[in-house]
Structures are given as structure tokens and as C-alpha cells.
Design a protein around this ligand. Sequence first.
Ligand code: HEM
Length: 223
Amino acid sequence: MDLSNMLVFLVFPYIALTIFIFGHAARYLTDRYEWNAKSSEFLEKKRLLFGVTVFHWGMILVLLGHAGGLLIPQRLLDAMGINGETHTFIAHYNGMATGIAALIGLGLLLYRRISVLRIRLTTSQNDFITLFGLIFVSGAGIYNVLFEDYYILDTIAPWIRGIVTFSPDPALMLNVPLGYKIHIVSALALLAFSPFSRLVHIWSAPVGYFFRNWIEFRQKTIE
Ligand code: HEM
């Protein structure tokens, strides 16, 4: 067994996931007031709107695509009539479109953070690390989609399912191209960093908003 491969694709993923879970719990218990998206809309609205919308739609679809494409075993998809080739085709073009949208959105958000003085002055180091981290991970993903032609359904997909079902097999990752390894390791590092950043807001999606009762506003007329 290759020791470095075992450290990177067996030990490191569990360290990252442990920090992710306990980091969120600790942050929630100790720093609930700061658990938010740190909206900067009241400081600048015009440039934010397009960048933040394109980024969020792209990124949320990317994450849903990753979850569906990697976690559902191929034999289930085969039973539904989606063979490996079709799966790869959908993943490739879906990932390309949504990933490029997310990356363009991130570029616009970074440009806004640097070019608008009041936004730059209120941006912390942590905010920059978060944006650069997202740009690096998404950029590596897009690089693989555009320049690598690698079939992941026999290696990376079963490896990640092994990690989440506690039956890991790091040997599956031995011959995976470097671009994919960089994408995976940087994504795990970002996952471990996320509880300590504004990314915690992902877990406070305002789902209840769509189901809550209407709030009715009436004008008070004084006669
Ligand atoms: C679950 C659904 C999500 C909701 C409801 C949501 C909501 C928001 C809101 C309200 C903002 C503040 C925008 C402003 O400045 O006014 C924001 C910013 C941000 N969100 Fe999300 N978000 C979600 C998912 C995500 C995901 C999945 C990611 C990344 C993996 C993400 C990353 C970011 C980043 C980096 C910013 C800061 C952008 C900037 O101002 O530079 N969000 N989000």
C-alpha cells in the first residue's frame, strides 16, 4: 500500500470531515450571532446582484450534480436505463455549464470586493480566503472537465461512496490523474475551513420562508 496515497485519500478525508462536523457544532454553540452570510447589499447593490445570482445558481447546481452523480451507485442508474456513457455525458456538459457559471460569478464577486472601496475596507482576510478557495476548487474542476478525459465511475465515484459509508478503499485513487487529485484535496480542505467562515450560511437556507403564513401589511388611515 502506497503510504502517501493512504494519508491523502484515507486519513485526510476523515480529518477534514471531522473538522467539518465538529467545527459547525462548535461555531453554532459559541458564535451564533455571527452565523450568517455577512450580507454587503446595503453597502453596494448593483454589482452584487448579477455576480451573486450567477454564482449561487451555478454553485448550488454544481453541488447537486456532484451529490447525485457521485453518490448514486452506477448499477442503480443502469437499472433506470442510464448507462455509464450517458451518465458521463450528462455529468460532463452539466458540470461544464454550471461550473463555468459559478466561476464567472466568483470572478465578478472578487472584482467587486477589490474594486469597490467600501466593500474592500469591510472585507476580512477570511472572506478573501473563502473566495480564493472557491475559485481554486472550481477552477481545478473546470480544468478537469475541459482538459482531462478520464472515466471516473470506476475509481473516484466508488472511492467517495466508500468514504461516506465507512468502507474506504484508497487504492482506487492510485492512478487518478493529478488534476482530479488537486480538485478533491482542495475541496476537502475548503470543507474543513468552511465552519470558520461565512459559508456557514449554507446551512441556514430560508426554506421555512416558502411555507410560512403570509404577513399582511395594511395602511393605517387616520380619519
Ligand atoms: C443554501 C442556499 C444559499 C443561500 C440562501 C445563500 C444566501 C446568501 C446570501 C443572502 C448572501 C449575501 C449576499 C449579500 O451580500 O447580500 C450570500 C453570500 C455568499 N454565499 Fe451564499 N447562499 C446559499 C448557498 C451558498 C453556497 C452553496 C455557497 C458556496 C459553496 C455560498 C457561498 C457564498 C459566498 C462566498 C458569499 C459571499 C459573496 C460575496 O459577497 O463576495 N452560498 N449567500
